[in-house]
Design a protein around this ligand. Structure first.
Ligand SMILES: [Zn+2]
Length: 181
């Protein structure tokens, strides 16, 4: 890896991890009893998904008694750093929704064709069953899309004020270039 590219990727990672701390404070989930685990991954599914967030339940959880052990967030590594930060902001909003119990889930057993056992997950928003709503009609998604821009803008604004403008200009230039691909 070329030196500049290496420095840039270290810079990107630092910025990403600082954003993680910033978003937790901004969303008031930095002191949550439920830990939030953020991982950078190479791929999420097959589509163009940039991030994913979901609860991980304790081993002794049962369908009638679900206990969240941690919230797991995955962010796709191949996005630009701004894209990664915005994806992180979006998933952090979901983490808050799980922590505040705005989103709850339940599982139920059913039998496909009357004999093949299956498990169906149901998703609720403030008590309302939203399982069958389209993605963009989900209230949790509307809130996440609404807040992700503001969170990202606030963070970048702060970063910009503390940074050497030349380094920032170089970063933004690289972002613009890599977006053209
Ligand atoms: Zn979402």
């Amino acid at each position: 890896m070329k030196l500049f590219a290496m420095l840039l990727s270290q810079f990107d990672l630092k910025m990403f991890h600082e954003a993680e701390g910033f978003f937790k404070v901004a969303l008031n989930i930095d002191n949550s009893e439920i830990p939030i685990e953020v991982k950078l991954v190479d791929n999420i599914g097959k589509g163009s998904t940039g991030g994913r967030c979901g609860p991980v339940f304790t081993d002794d959880s049962t369908f009638d008694n679900l206990k969240i052990e941690k919230i797991s967030i995955k962010i796709k590594h191949s996005c630009t750093v701004i894209g990664m930060i915005e994806a992180l902001a979006h998933e952090m909003v979901h983490a808050k929704q799980y922590i505040d119990k705005d989103i709850t889930v339940s599982f139920e057993r059913y039998y496909f064709w009357g004999f093949i056992p299956r498990i169906k997950a149901r998703k609720f928003w403030k008590g309302q069953d939203t399982t069958d709503l389209d993605y963009y009609d989900q209230p949790c998604e509307m809130e996440a899309y609404l807040l992700q821009k503001k969170l990202t803008f606030d963070y970048l604004n702060i970063v910009q004020k503390n940074l050497d403008p030349l380094a920032m200009a170089k970063l933004l230039h690289t972002q613009t270039e890599s977006n053209i691909d």
